[in-house]
Design a protein around this ligand. Structure first.
Ligand code: PLP
Length: 441
């Protein structure tokens, strides 16, 4: 392949390996080098690469029709996908609005929440509040909600809002407290924010069940989301769960909120929904919200040209069927326990691993300069990125998670292999990670 590249890449001056094909948990570059996909790309390739059932569904749909415009037609795959999601989603979250990326699903959730209160005759309930140490997407609305200083900093001039709620980050508690004596101060901080702004001005609160890109699988303590749900109900504020990274089996349950028995009003999904086989995402909405809009304007003011295109819908449907047929959610739960155990073994060996955390196959390692003081490396970020680079050289893909140095620090990596990963592949992942850590620590 030509040395000169005109492709706009994340780092313009870096030469990325060129991938020729994938199979299961492995990717192969054009030089024949093999990589174990220990992060499913960006926590996306949930069923592994080159799954024949998905390739077949793709081909069959392409032989029928790939595109119809959503305000002119519906299609069988889109209808079936919505029906499938209705069955999978908790409670009365029965309606699907299809978009093409996670960030679009957040934008749609924001619009639906604001519109819901307008149609209820409360147009002043129009603010969406969110937490620090969070990531909801790179488009301007979703970035406004994101507590990710690095990704925000250049664009603050056009960001409408900042997060105002502290995260449930026990390893670096923003209140310097210990669970359970803390009385869930992080959840109570939501109430503080609501009282400050006034519930009459707030449409919704949005949160990632387990924080991904901004902190590396930061998992709230038990009781946190139950408290959040209680507060949202008390002040009549919609709860939007951003399950773009955690949804569709990643944490060992279909939706991560199931771990805490909480049913949000709106759920955003993406990534694992099509496992990387096509761009598609969705905003899942409760009956109550849709009935209100149905009795009012009857139109949701969101959507994109490619929303609900039959080609992507057919692919996502095949992915969901495959996940069910192969029992991959249960595999994620079981393999997640095993992987976490082995990572905890590495933590004993390498003090730069400050914490091992997460659920199912969404696991994180917080990397620290000093195990006792938890002093982070994040000022220069060198260690985490060196670790990721060396791992890739050694044939293992892992994913960076850091929001920069604002407020409370922290620098982490995410380990999130496909939900189909086997015990043997996990042992291989650990062995490469062990070698990589020994080169760094
Ligand atoms: N929400 C969460 C929790 C994410 O992790 C991401 C992406 O990493 C997004 C939203 C944005 O998704 P996308 O990159 O598909 O726009």
């Amino acid at each position: 392949m030509d040395q000169q590249s005109y492709l706009i890449k994340p780092l313009l001056d870096k030469n990325y390996p060129i991938i020729s094909h994938g199979m299961g948990v492995y990717l192969y570059d054009v030089n024949g080098k093999k990589y174990l996909d220990g992060s499913s790309g960006a926590v996306t390739a949930s069923i592994g690469h080159h799954v024949q059932a998905v390739i077949d569904a793709m081909t069959v749909q392409a032989g029928k029709v790939s595109f119809v415009y959503r305000s002119q037609f519906s299609s069988e795959p889109a209808e079936k996908l919505a029906e499938k999601l209705m069955k999978l989603a908790p409670g009365d979250v029965n309606w699907s609005f299809f978009v093409n990326s996670g960030t679009e699903s957040i934008e749609t959730a924001m619009k639906v929440a604001i519109q819901f209160w307008q149609e209820r005759g409360q147009p002043d309930k129009n603010q969406i509040i969110s937490r620090w140490k969070s990531y909801h997407g790179i488009t301007i609305g979703a970035l406004s909600l994101s507590g990710h200083a690095d990704r925000r900093s250049r664009f603050e001039s056009i960001l409408e809002k900042s997060p105002i709620v502290e995260p449930p980050y026990c390893y670096r508690c923003p209140f310097n407290l210990q669970y359970p004596e803390c009385g869930l101060s992080c959840a109570m901080d939501l109430e503080r924010a609501i009282l400050e702004i006034g519930a009459e001005n707030i449409a919704a609160f949005v949160a990632e069940p387990i924080v991904g890109a901004a902190a590396g699988a930061v998992t709230p303590p038990d009781g946190y989301y139950q408290k959040v749900e209680e507060i949202c109900k008390k002040y009549e504020i919609l709860f939007i769960a951003d399950e773009v990274m955690t949804g569709i089996g990643r944490t060992g349950t279909m939706f991560a909120m199931e771990h805490w028995g909480v049913t949000p009003d709106i759920i955003c999904i993406g990534k694992g929904m099509s496992a990387g086989y096509t761009p598609i995402a969705a905003t899942l909405v409760s009956n109550d919200i849709i009935e209100t809009i149905m009795n009012g304007s009857k139109i949701i003011m969101s959507g994109h040209t490619y929303s609900a295109n039959p080609q992507s819908a057919a692919v996502a449907l095949a992915v969901l069927k495959y996940i069910e047929k192969e029992d991959l959610v249960e595999n994620a739960r079981v393999m997640g326990v095993y992987l976490k155990q082995l990572l905890e073994g590495l933590q004993v060996k390498y003090p730069i691993i400050g914490e091992v955390r997460g659920k199912g196959l969404l696991l994180g390692l917080e990397i620290v300069a000093d195990h006792t003081t938890k002093y982070p490396f994040s000022q220069e970020k060198a260690v985490t990125f060196k670790l990721i680079e060396k791992a890739q050289k050694n044939g293992l893909l892992i994913y960076p998670a850091s929001a920069g140095t604002e407020g409370i620090g922290g620098d982490a990596i995410i380990i999130a292999p496909p939900l189909s990963v086997t015990k043997k592949e996990i042992e291989e992942l650990i062995s490469i990670l062990d070698i990589t850590l020994s080169e760094i620590a």
